[in-house]
Design a protein around this ligand. Structure first.
Ligand code: ACO
Length: 332
């Protein structure tokens, strides 16, 4: 039994937060943000729109495009670090309920920006073992809920959104997921951290006063480590599978910063046509970033059935992951 990437869907909230808007909120400029990050705008969920709602919209699309009924799904995995609830019920359970999917296993994965590829590795293992046939994996984030909009070093980076995919069983090896590497190094935990709420800092007046509920990042250190790790990870997976970087039509890296993507693309000798870029319009949507980018090239007609995708991601934990797989859905 093999696992195939059967269908993709995504959702971006309608509200746009532009660099010009941020100029009015913190001491920054459109020019600085564009030059240092490549981001022009990001989407922000409305007050009554939650991580699960965005995940549900992306999931409905993916299930429909797979030609399946909601009742065909036998496992729901949601990757998020901005769940509806800290910490129960899981967002996967909330999504399952909103989709009308009952009596199946559902759980969340916490791996920050690497969450979607982590979820992909879990789905692959469940399908290949014969335990599940159609796994729904979701990357959904309401990152605006943990961003301090007075901190110019982080608030310019992040946006909200969701992406989802259906991973299905197949006997046809040619359409199956080829390989996934996923890894972590907790000794860099302080590079990207949301200190509260948690068992170290339960909710208290101190948490509110010190803003410990907001994301904190060592941006420059993270940047350097991201370039190094992403490049090595891609080189390793290509070498192991005897594939040259020139043979990859769709390199889909985590969309954190254009300069990181450019440095990795250059190190791999990829030309611009191979590299998928959505960071300019969505910013960094963490676990939603890669499926939103896949959906983008799918909906624009650039991604066709059978074409090879190389995913590469890096995030809080620290975590990182890469995946090599053909797109096994129908061309739009
Ligand atoms: N506007 C204007 N100036 C700014 C801003 C801003 N928004 N933010 C920072 N600056 C200033 C700094 O204060 C600093 O000023 P100083 O030299 O007087 O001290 C100067 O700009 C340079 O700051 P750096 O932090 O060195 O800038 P850098 O070029 O590293 O860019 C950035 C910062 C964009 C955050 C970059 O480091 C980055 O993208 N880091 C990686 C992010 C990432 O990949 N995260 C991983 C995934 S996220 C996840 O897992 C959830």
């Amino acid at each position: 039994m093999y696992a195939k990437f059967h269908a993709i869907g995504a959702y971006a909230p309608s509200k746009v937060l532009s660099n010009a808007d941020l100029e009015k909120m913190v001491d920054t400029t459109d020019e600085w943000i564009l030059k240092r990050t490549g981001i022009s705008q990001r989407r922000i969920a409305s007050d009554d729109e939650y991580t699960s709602d965005m995940g549900v919209k992306a999931s409905s699309l993916a299930i429909k495009r797979a030609g399946l009924e909601h009742s065909d799904i036998d496992l729901v995995v949601c990757a998020t670090v901005t769940p509806d609830y800290f910490n129960m019920p899981s967002t996967a359970c909330v999504i399952s309920d909103k989709l009308g999917i009952y009596n199946v296993q559902a759980f969340d994965i916490s791996a920050a920006c690497s969450g979607f590829v982590y979820a992909l590795s879990v789905a692959k293992a469940f399908v290949e073992s014969g335990m599940k046939k159609h796994v729904l994996i979701v990357g959904a984030e309401k990152f605006s809920s943990i961003v301090d909009y007075t901190d110019r070093t982080t608030c310019i980076l992040f946006g909200d959104g969701a992406g989802a995919a259906v991973i299905s069983a197949t006997n046809d090896k040619s359409e199956s997921i080829i390989d996934i590497h996923a890894s972590a190094d907790g000794s860099y935990a302080d590079f990207l951290v949301t200190p509260a709420p948690g068992s170290i800092h339960p909710v208290s007046q101190q948490v509110i006063d010190e803003g410990l509920n907001f994301v904190q990042m060592k941006g420059n250190e993270t940047f350097k480590l991201a370039v190094r790790t992403l490049t090595k990870d891609v080189k390793d997976i290509l070498f192991k599978n005897k594939i040259d970087s020139k043979e990859i039509p769709h390199f889909i890296p985590h969309q954190a910063n254009y300069r990181i993507i450019k440095a990795v693309g250059d190190a791999l000798k990829m030309d611009e046509k191979q590299v998928v870029l959505t960071v300019e319009k969505y910013g960094n949507t963490s676990a939603a970033s890669i499926p939103m980018a896949i959906n983008d090239i799918y909906e624009s007609g650039r991604l066709k059935k059978g074409e090879l995708m190389l995913l590469d991601t890096f995030g809080g934990g620290l975590t990182w992951a890469s995946a090599l797989l053909p797109f096994a859905g129908e061309t739009l």
